[in-house]
Design a protein. Structure first.
Length: 475
């Protein structure tokens, strides 16, 4: 595992890749799966904040806003939203897949994400509920060719580590077992790696999950900002040569924009294009550098140099409560927070949209024309202001904290709750523990949802599998 850390106004990024040494990529076995009995809200002192998932945005935020949004990003690649729909409790999401490549020769393989988002250093996770997944290459289904899989567990769990690494358990690697109708069963998760033999391209994936509709969303306005590539200190991955050239030729820059937040807005949803050259990669380096990736944006505190933790995907995040970047935490056990948003800090892209990868970026030998093209290029990012209303029961209100550099797990929280189920019946996903949800009948009659009591907050409203769908500010 390679850990890459930027300092001051820069990002945290972790680059890691699975290296598998299994002799046969064609043999399937039953999926070994760990099911946990979720602790009740009364058993949890706190949970970390999570972004509101694309699963809860579908059907609530206009399709034209979500289209092409980066909804998952990790060392296993990237997913961009293409389309989606909700029918009752069934949510279907179609995505463009950017994989990551590993191995060489006969051991070449491609890694693909699912809808859960890992917590990279101080960025936020997103829990995805159980469902199924199908993968396509050039429009032809290749799901049956999936070989290995690894799921970071979902659930209402506190982190195992502080922001110096992946904060949550990453799960075990197993061979894929398909469902009876040929899909990949996906347990609740905070990210995954699905491995296909060979270097695959032009990939898409379709996800189907079952989950009640918990929230209604109103879009109250948006602002679009033009930003440019990042120049300044920090980790540069495999394109340090280019970063050095830019720093020698031009002054540092990191664009920030004043936000005009409309009345009633509670959440921000930021959409942006991927960078065409993603610098934090493993072998084969030149091949992976040509695959697009995401970066990080942050909320800035009003009239201050304080910046929030890193946000790397399009997910709804609270506007009026943000933990501060771990580099600005002063080494505290929990990250300090602020409640006065003032500006949006742009994506820290070294290479802007419209510039293709060139080997000179590694060596630091790019021509003046390429350097000038990078410096002059402009991109757009848009912040959408949202209001969220809870419309269903089945959620628990749990206080929020985010761990800092001095934090370590104690013995008072439910790190592993319940029992382990090994050797699931082939073609199935083990049944989840917790309440059974009946289909939500969409009508003008809504369940009597509990009030948003602010005592002991800030708090999040969490689903049984650990997905945060709404936020309560402090008193």
């Amino acid at each position: 595992m390679r850990i890459v850390r930027r300092h001051s106004l820069s990002v945290y990024l972790i680059v890691a890749i699975f290296i598998f040494t299994v002799s046969s990529p064609t043999t399937n076995y039953s999926l070994a799966y760990t099911a946990t009995a979720e602790p009740s809200a009364a058993q949890l002192d706190w949970l970390e904040p999570h972004g509101v998932s694309i699963i809860d945005l579908v059907g609530e935020v206009p399709e034209e806003v979500l289209r092409d949004a980066i909804v998952v990003y990790s060392n296993n690649g990237m997913l961009q939203y293409l389309s989606g729909q909700r029918t009752g409790n069934t949510v279907t999401i179609n995505t463009r897949v950017t994989p990551r490549y590993a191995g060489s020769g006969a051991s070449e393989h491609s890694l693909v994400n699912c809808l859960g988002q890992p917590a990279l250093t101080d960025s936020w996770p997103i829990v995805s509920p159980a469902g199924v997944m199908r993968v396509y290459e050039n429009g032809v289904e290749i799901t049956s060719e999936a070989w290995l899989q690894r799921f970071a567990p979902g659930g209402r769990i506190q982190p195992l580590h502080n922001p110096n690494t992946f904060r949550y358990p990453e799960g075990d690697t197993t061979l894929v077992q398909l469902t009876e109708d040929g899909a990949i069963p996906i347990p609740e998760n905070r990210g995954c790696a699905i491995v296909f033999p060979g270097f695959r391209s032009n990939l898409t994936a379709t996800f189907t999950v079952e989950t009640p509709k918990y929230i209604a969303i109103r879009t109250l306005g948006s602002e679009t900002f033009t930003f440019q590539s990042y120049i300044g200190p920090g980790a540069t991955g495999e394109i340090g040569g280019l970063a050095s050239q830019l720093s020698r030729n031009f002054p540092n820059r990191h664009d920030k924009f004043a936000m005009n937040i409309p009345e009633g807005a509670q959440f921000a949803l930021v959409t942006f294009p991927p960078t065409p050259v993603h610098p934090y990669v493993n072998e084969p380096i030149d091949l992976n550098l040509q695959l697009p990736g995401s970066g990080t944006y942050r909320i800035g505190r009003k009239n201050s140099l304080n910046l929030s933790v890193d946000h790397a995907v399009t997910a709804a995040i609270p506007l009026y409560w943000q933990p501060r970047d771990a580099d600005q935490s002063g080494g505290e056990t929990y990250l300090p927070t602020f409640t006065e948003p003032g500006e949006l800090a742009s994506l820290e892209y070294f290479v802007p949209v419209g510039v293709e990868y060139n080997r000179c970026m590694r060596a630091g030998t790019c021509s003046n024309a390429i350097i000038r093209q990078i410096y002059d290029a402009q991109m757009e990012m848009t912040i959408h202001y949202l209001a969220v209303d809870r419309i269903n029961v089945g959620l628990d209100r749990i206080p929020l904290k985010q761990v800092g550099p001095r934090w370590s797990p104690g013995q008072t929280t439910a790190q592993i709750a319940g029992q382990t189920v090994i050797g699931a019946v082939p073609g199935t996903v083990p049944p989840a523990n917790g309440p059974l949800y009946l289909p939500l009948v969409l009508s003008d009659i809504r369940p009597d949802v509990p009030p948003a009591d602010r005592a002991g907050c800030p708090c999040g409203w969490f689903t049984p599998e650990g997905r945060m769908v709404d936020f309560i500010p402090g008193p």
